[in-house]
Design a protein around this ligand. Structure first.
Ligand code: PLP
Length: 235
């Protein structure tokens, strides 16, 4: 039975993105939706896929691999790994994903490049940046970003597509925008310094701050709750 809820919430999310782009004076195709499906069953991913959604984000490696196996017939899904990434998990990520948004240190980047199967082409990488200071533990320090970018650009099997952040929760639009603007500035600085890298992606904006993120130039918004509903916390 088709899941009416996913279809409707996906439609609402698309409309919300379209409205945000219009309000920001940006072209309608300037940003796209990454459907964050962590903790949600493969059946809901299949439903979203039937509604033309192709990009899906997962946080937990084993859960993602299980769902990928279940959905192996959907060969045009683009899988994004967006969760914390330890060195001992890099091989499976390099083999089973098209994108990684959470690279925040050189060791992980080097392993991903070494372990990327040649047949798959380069792995698309965003560097995760800590733009909220001590409120966040993950992500590279902005001061270390330029050196990290240089390392990633030099790796043969990675393509440096851009930056990702998960800002600390904020309530007002002005507060939401500040770290997102910072991420955009960091991306612009990298572009100037490394014109040879694509650096075309700003992975920012989630269910609660999509509008702020689009105003600050997001190109890939990562929506979980808004598409698949609330998550029950993992045990
Ligand atoms: C869970 C998650 C999201 C989606 O968050 P929602 O608030 O449910 O939209 C986006 N990005 C990352 C990295 C996540 O872990």
């Amino acid at each position: 039975m088709p899941d009416v809820q996913v279809r409707e919430s996906l439609q609402r999310a698309r409309q919300r993105l379209a409205d945000a782009l219009e309000s920001a004076g940006r072209p309608a195709d300037d940003a796209s939706l990454l459907a964050v499906s962590k903790t949600k069953p493969a059946a809901l991913i299949r439903e979203a896929h039937a509604c033309r959604q192709r990009d899906f984000g997962e946080n937990y490696l084993q859960e993602a691999l299980d769902k990928q196996a279940e959905l192996a017939d959907l060969t045009d899904i683009v899988w994004h790994f967006i969760g914390p990434l330890q060195s001992n998990k890099t091989r499976a990520v390099a083999e089973h994903f098209a994108w990684v948004h959470s690279v925040d240190r050189a060791k992980v980047a080097r392993r991903l490049s070494e372990q990327r199967p040649a047949t798959l082409g380069p792995l698309n990488v965003c560097l995760q940046v800590n733009v909220s200071g001590e409120a966040s533990k993950s992500g590279a320090d902005p001061d270390d970003l330029d050196a990290l970018a240089a390392e990633v650009i030099a790796l043969p099997n990675l393509r440096l597509r851009g930056l990702m952040a998960i800002p600390a929760p904020a309530t007002s639009m002005a507060e939401q925008r500040r770290p997102l603007a910072r991420l955009r500035q960091l991306r612009d600085d990298l572009r100037q310094h490394y014109p040879q890298a694509p650096l075309d992606t700003l992975s920012m904006g989630m269910s609660d701050d999509l509008e702020a993120a689009i105003l600050e130039g997001a190109t890939l918004v990562r929506l979980g709750t808004a598409i698949f509903g609330a998550r029950t916390p993992r045990a």
